[in-house]
Design a protein around this ligand. Structure first.
Ligand SMILES: Cc1cc2nc3c(=O)[nH]c(=O)nc-3n(C[C@H](O)[C@H](O)[C@H](O)COP(=O)(O)OP(=O)(O)OC[C@H]3O[C@@H](n4cnc5c(N)ncnc54)[C@H](O)[C@@H]3O)c2cc1C
Ligand code: FES
Length: 242
């Protein structure tokens, strides 16, 4: 973990309620890690996944859902943000095999991008299935394609790409999977995807670095703090609450 004062380079709308922000001055970040942003006037930091990281430049993609993210969307290039960077365990690339599958839903798509880059750099063939509710919410398709991934987009209402959920577009062949998205999607992936994989959880957080125990959940390997021992859990570790 590193505390940094990040300078905003860009903060642009990407899709309905979704923005991409580029920042400079960040510490190193691995795929699946997150940053915790301090916003003016708000006590709790807001956690956001690392979309991309290169040198000290960091990119995030966020959806405006409340006070913090609304405020984030009003910030302009040149302004600074205090952040804790390099948080969480991130995805383990080791078990990916030759042809890993990435399954992202909504704002669960961003952490899969840096993962895709690293997997492709390691010589893997990567397929991504990106799921959204409707056409206006779709983002990231061209970014993943430009990296060299095979990409399928699904929308729940069928207004773009394949109609349905990411679990309706699972390819026949893949060696392992990585996923991030809302909990109902993660549960569906857990049931439908074959073999093993890793799941990233976007749990509500307090401190974000392991101190308050507010994000503790039970796993097959005992209690874990999602912010520090996660947000990524292996399939075999997950115990669903009901
Ligand atoms: C590890 C991690 C990575 C994340 N990565 C991203 C990301 O890449 N892009 C992105 O847009 N969001 C991401 N989130 C979710 C993001 O942190 C919340 O949307 C944000 O904190 C909401 O703050 P707010 O002040 O705008 O909303 P608030 O006013 O705090 O809440 C507004 C609404 O959003 C809901 N909400 C708040 N936090 C969460 C959460 N963690 N999960 C689900 N619903 C929540 C609340 O229940 C409420 O309904 C991530 C969360 C975690 C824990
Ligand atoms: S949010 Fe404080 S321990 Fe995880």
């Amino acid at each position: 973990m590193k505390e940094c004062n990040l300078t905003i380079l860009e903060n642009e709308p990407l899709a309905r309620q979704v923005y991409r922000m580029t920042l400079s001055g960040a510490g190193p970040c691995r795929p699946g890690q997150f940053v915790n942003l301090q916003l003016p006037g708000l006590y709790l930091r807001r956690p956001v996944s690392v979309f991309d990281a290169e040198g000290d430049t960091l990119r995030i993609i966020y959806k405006t859902v409340g006070k913090g993210t609304e405020l984030l969307s009003t910030l302009r290039p040149g302004q600074t943000l205090n952040a804790l960077t390099g948080l969480g365990n991130g995805y383990d690339l080791e078990p990916a095999g030759e042809a890993p599958l990435l399954l992202g839903g909504g704002v669960g798509v961003p952490p899969l991008y840096l993962l895709a880059r690293r997997l492709l750099e390691g010589g893997r063939r990567v397929k991504a299935v990106l799921g959204f509710n409707t056409r206006e919410e779709v983002f990231g398709e061209e970014d993943f394609r430009a990296l060299g991934c095979g990409v399928t987009v699904t929308t729940a209402d069928g207004s773009y790409g394949r109609k349905g959920f990411v679990t309706d577009a699972l390819p026949e062949e893949y060696t392992y999977y990585y996923t991030c998205g809302p909990e109902p999607m993660l549960r569906a992936v857990y049931r439908a995807a074959k073999g093993s994989g890793q799941f990233s959880f976007e749990e509500r957080m307090g401190c974000g670095f392991g101190a308050c125990m507010g994000c503790t959940c039970q796993t097959a390997a005992g209690p874990k703090r999602i912010c520090r021992d996660g947000p990524v859990l292996k399939k075999e570790e997950i115990l669903w609450k009901d």
